[in-house]
Design a protein around this ligand. Structure first.
Ligand code: ASP
Ligand code: CP
Length: 317
């Protein structure tokens, strides 16, 4: 795999291969010594033009557990604030000898621009670009669902027939987009629920059904309920009247949480707005996979870095 830019262009076999390598990486995480020498001598740059907690630290942990050298770059505090362009930043990283660049950027398509440019040879991994995609989040979500459902027998399996309901600010969510493409290629049935103002135009062409009533959607007892953060920082207009109304109609509050089936799971990519899209009872319950998602993120990102860095020079992993 030369780059990982989106899940839309991942076929089912490649997606399952990444999840299976992540299973191997998860096994390594159970050992007393959690480090592998695999990427010794390689340099991974975390290039973050947008804030992050989970993605940045888990890419850093992943690279370190594979023995790569890691350079963390955040736009705040860098020469980007002096007006330096993406091209000059990329060329600087190339001069330093980056083998892989993990990039988060507010502009949709920025990772693609780097991958197609002649500015840098490194493998490019998209860590979230604007409202476009967040492929490693989709992969860690699929990994989490597959593990909860199939346990130790997860390797090689898809998500055939699993019903996933994604709820909330779909308009601004790259997590929703990456999940829709990936989960549907893995055979899951994806249903989207949002206020009409937060349902993207063109959603009709996505491989998902849609609705506008959360109670109706939960009454069908989906296997997975994935709550999305209300992305206030991307909202230039009022998309709903008040926070109270949002949580009343679209929040997974205690009443709705009680409607969920016994075996169902509650997901959230984080960071959570507790009390807005999700109640603390739901977020902290045994049905919640929030912290499992974070832990699995390290294994999935180890798999992605490994596959990108071994595919880089045409080697087969
Ligand atoms: N952390 C995820 C992202 O960066 C989800 C979110 O921020 O709501 O896309
Ligand atoms: N889920 C996620 O991407 O979290 P961060 O924005 O904290 O990285």
């Amino acid at each position: 795999m030369r780059h990982l830019l989106s899940t839309r262009d991942l076929d089912r076999a490649t997606a399952i291969e990444i999840l299976d390598v992540a299973e191997d990486m998860a096994d390594v995480q159970q050992r007393a010594v959690r480090k592998l020498p695999t990427l010794r001598g390689r340099t991974v740059v975390n290039l973050f033009f947008e804030d992050s907690t989970r993605t940045r630290i888990s890419f850093e942990a992943a690279a370190k557990r594979l023995s790569a050298d890691v350079i963390n770059f955040s736009a705040k505090g860098s020469s980007v604030s002096k007006g330096e362009s993406l091209k000059d930043t990329a060329q600087t990283l190339a001069a330093i000898g980056a083998d892989a660049v993990v990039i988060r950027h507010p502009a949709s398509g920025a990772p693609q621009v780097l991958a197609q440019s002649a500015w840098i040879e490194a493998g490019i991994v998209n860590a979230g670009d604007g409202t476009h995609e967040h492929p490693t989040q989709g992969l860690l979500d699929a990994f989490t669902i597959r593990r909860r459902i199939h346990g130790d027998a997860a390797r090689g399996r898809d998500l055939d027939g699993i019903r996933v309901t994604i709820v909330g600010d779909i308009l601004h969510s790259r997590v929703a987009r990456s999940n829709v493409w990936l989960l549907s290629s893995l055979g899951a049935e994806v249903h989207l629920v949002a206020p009409a103002t937060l349902m993207p135009v063109g959603v009709g062409s996505w491989p998902a059904t849609r609705g506008y009533d959360l109670d109706e959607a939960l009454a069908t007892k989906p296997d997975v309920v994935m709550m999305l953060r209300v992305q206030a920082e991307r909202m230039s207009a009022a998309f709903f009247p008040t926070a109270r109304e949002y949580s009343r109609y679209w929040g997974l509050d205690d009443r709705r949480f009680a409607m969920l089936g016994a075996g169902s799971m509650v997901m959230h990519p984080g960071p959570m707005n507790r009390g807005l899209e999700i109640s603390s009872r739901a977020a902290d319950s045994a049905k919640s996979t929030v912290l499992e998602q974070v832990a699995n993120g390290v294994s999935v990102r180890m798999a992605v870095l490994y596959l990108v860095l071994s595919g880089e020079k045409g080697e087969t992993p």
